[in-house]
Design a protein around this ligand. Sequence first.
Ligand SMILES: Cc1ncc(COP(=O)(O)O)c(C=O)c1O
Length: 404
Amino acid sequence: MLAIEGGAPVRREPIVAKPVVYSEELVQAIAEILKSGVLTAQHGKWVKAFEAELAAYLGVRHVAAVSNGTTALHVALKAIGVGPGDEVITTPFTFAASATAILHANAVPIFADIDRETLNLDPASVEEKITERTKAIVVVHLAGMPAEMDQLMKIAERYGVKVVEDTAQALGAEYRGRKVGAIGHISTFSLYATKHITSGEGGAVATDVTAYAERAKLIRAHGEVGKYSYEILGYNYRMTEIQGAIAYHQLKQLPEMQKRREAYVKALLDELAPLEGDLLTIPKPKPYMKHAWHLVQILLAMEKLRKPRDWVVEAIRAEGVGNIYVAYPTPLYKTPLFQRREGHGLGCPWTCPYYKGKAQYEPLPNAEWAAERVATLLVMPNLTEQDAADTATAIKKVLNAVRR
Ligand SMILES: Cc1ncc(COP(=O)(O)O)c(C=O)c1O
């Protein structure tokens, strides 16, 4: 009997995905920060060390650490000059920030459809959405799966638009041997607690273009040049020294943590292989991609199941799989924010007099298809191969019980 119906769960001790952050060296570093009283990046060394380390890891010239992945996107969009009247194309099958950061920059998000095999932007759909107002494309590497960068960069070049890589979910992923986040014109990272490296909250902007990096650093800190002289509109989006120290040590731990993620995912995929193409499909990286496995996206064969997707996810969770959820249940254009179009108030940016377009938020078939059937496992470095085996057992138990 299924646990959701009163039966015994597969796991009595639920699986909980959580970050692995503790190290003696880090505790020492934080103690030194506290003793020194230098808590801010301006006077400290840790945020600068993290920026240098991330730049070296990615192979880019410049990194600016910021307060989170959302502010990183806002900074990146403003650094490349996105503003009123502009359209920015992105995917609707992502976390809200990929699109709301476009609104923060006072530009209009335009959604293109996704590809069913990668769940990332479909380059052909992106090209269809380009207008003379398109300034940039926010390319999301969802779940750690690289987007089709060659095709997207070619389209960007053809139409003279910039590519912002939203790499929040994909630190360490590669596309044709290059790290994602080092391919577009500018890229952004999140260091939220579920991400590949974390400082609780945190973010970063990376670019090879010196002018963008200089602007990003100004926008991050009040647009201030010299003492109390403000060149441009800026914000306070700085990272603290304690966050910087944690982020630096996390980056050092990344290869080891990534091995653990990969071992968990390999065990899970092996166990679920008999269900592939029957009750579920898991998008896999193409041969020229390296997946960073932030999430395992499971596409359920809903036509073969007697219960709705949300019930199935709850049933798997009830078996003790605490790291299952749905990312994402609603394409962004269907959410009240985009349906009501209130934005900054009085309808801006959509009703901004500088905006001459007509953003239509019509259904995109592949995004709707994915949102209806996806079930998501959060992958974290604390998860073991035993956790993977139990997860697969729970998934098989539930799906077989509700098979039509
Ligand atoms: C694809 C994507 N973009 C942006 C963000 C925003 O990052 P943060 O939560 O650090 O603001 C997230 C975070 O969850 C994300 O998943």
